[in-house]
Design a protein around this ligand. Structure first.
Ligand code: SAH
Length: 459
């Protein structure tokens, strides 16, 4: 690091801004967020700065001298005139001040970072001048992660800290604050219900704290692979989890986003190895939550689409453990996006059928032809090894073999591949194209042109 981040104490201190125009006003706006006294050094001030002096938010000094800088916490030089900037810089240095000269990095002892302001929570970002665009990107990410009410919650926590020390036994305090910032108070604040957040905390305090730590289970959709297709809620839960149980199809890049010290347990099926039986998965996630841990069960795509959600929900419910479902981007959505198409197309397909070729053992085979009527997009999950059966079912039922089939494997990841062929050539095209799992097979049967025209359907 060529520069070192520090947060300066501002209450009751002077910040001197040399200049009376827009550049100086920009710095004044920043410093107005603090409790410092602003000293404006300039013979003339623009209307915004004049108003600050009139309202008692700043004082004006008309002549430049070394004395004006003595004892200042910080000096900004923003005259817009080279000669004046250098002169003011020299005087400020003579007074021993820390100086920032706008747009003249060589004259700066300190630079202002990009700031995400949730006062009293403040995030400062710097790239030491190397990549301002990157700093802005990071800032906009932080802006979405830190909801506007977060500062209010932190301020409230600060005010209640002495009361918490009195009422909550020391060994429970970390859990108490964890509950405040991850549990119902934070959720209430995020919804904008500040009063509800405050009364939740105060009522819990009055009752002596949160008591025993409650574990929880979140059944979280990891999306189709690309880490940036994860939802913000999934990201928050990953960063908060004590333990994460994940599947084979969950991309390592998604796991990277989890809290560093979260335990990660693979419960999927390695190729050629035996998988964890569902009962065992149910048992371990419930056992971990019973120990008071925050469990994330991370499943590919959307956990509610061919994800055996019901079994895990039931296990949590019967153990009396709080459970939540976090939807994700399902593979069919990502695969259609990769093809540059919608899942439905107005006037062509106004029905979307998601089907799996891997049903419960003993269940009858899916009625493939029955699913595919005119006006349908059929998206088949786990269907690569069943392509022959799908084709012969449809052929026997008289489905036109000229319909378009499109197959996308590893959608949204660097290994993504797609092919397209007439339905009649599906098995051969899969073999020729070496298309492997995971893949989605789309078969579309558009509405006949005259039906589309007559129905006037607003799909
Ligand atoms: N819950 C998941 C589906 C789990 S079943 C979801 O909503 O997406 C697993 C099947 O999903 C795979 O066999 C494959 O058919 C499909 N799948 C998962 N990820 C995929 C991807 N990145 N590209 C294409 N298909 C995918």
């Amino acid at each position: 690091m060529k520069t070192f981040p520090m947060f300066l104490q501002m209450t009751g201190r002077d910040v001197v801004i040399v200049g009376g125009g827009e550049q100086a006003a920009q710095k004044a706006r920043l410093i107005l967020k603090t409790e410092a006294r602003i000293v404006l050094v300039a013979p003339d001030l623009d209307p915004e700065l004049t108003a600050l002096v009139r309202d008692g938010r700043a004082v004006q000094v008309t002549t430049l001298s070394v004395n004006v800088f003595r004892g200042a916490a910080l000096v900004f030089v923003a005259t817009g005139c080279v000669g004046l900037d250098y002169a003011a810089h020299a005087l400020a240095k003579e007074a021993g001040a820390m100086v920032n000269v706008v747009d003249r990095p060589a004259l700066c002892d300190a630079t202002t970072p990009s700031i995400v302001d949730r006062d009293p929570v403040v995030v400062a970002i710097s790239t030491e001048g190397t990549a301002p665009v990157l700093a802005r990107q990071i800032k906009s990410k932080m802006e979405t992660l830190l909801e506007p009410g977060l500062g209010g919650l932190a301020a409230l926590a600060g005010r209640l800290r002495p009361e918490v020390s009195r009422r909550v036994p020391q060994h429970q305090r970390r859990f108490f604050w964890d509950w405040v910032f991850n549990g119902p108070p934070r959720q209430a604040m995020a919804r904008g219900a500040a009063r509800q957040a405050a009364s939740l905390i105060k009522d819990t305090l009055a009752a002596g704290g949160t008591g025993a730590v409650q574990g929880s289970i979140a059944l979280v959709g990891a999306g189709p692979g690309a880490a940036d297709l994860l939802t913000l809620r999934a990201l928050r839960l990953l960063q908060d989890a004590d333990v994460i149980y994940y599947d084979r199809l969950v991309d390592p890049a998604v796991l990277e986003l989890a809290r560093r010290d979260a335990e990660r347990v693979f419960v999927g099926k390695e190729v050629g190895a035996s998988s964890w039986p569902q009962d065992r998965i149910n048992a371990v996630i419930v056992a971990a939550a019973k120990q008071g841990r925050k469990v994330v069960r991370l499943k590919s795509g959307d956990p509610g689409v061919f994800g055996r959600l019901r079994e895990e929900l039931n296990a949590a419910h019967s153990a009396g453990i709080a459970v939540e479902i976090v939807p994700g981007v399902t593979a069919a959505s990502a695969a259609a996006a990769s093809l540059g198409r919608g899942l439905t197309e107005r006037g062509q397909t106004d029905r979307l059928m998601l089907a799996t070729a891997a049903c419960k053992p003993g269940d009858p085979d899916p009625d493939w032809a029955g699913m595919l009527q005119p006006g349908t997009t059929l998206a088949v999950y786990m269907g690569i090894n069943k392509a022959r059966t799908i084709l012969s079912d449809m052929q026997n039922a008289g489905v036109p073999l000229s319909l378009q089939a499109e197959i996308v494997s590893h959608a949204s990841t660097p290994r993504e591949r797609s092919i397209s062929c007439p339905l009649g050539q599906l098995p051969a095209a899969l073999a020729q194209g070496c298309i492997e799992n995971p893949a989605i097979i789309f078969i579309r049967w558009p509405k006949p042109a005259h039906a589309a025209a007559q129905s006037g359907c607003a799909a």
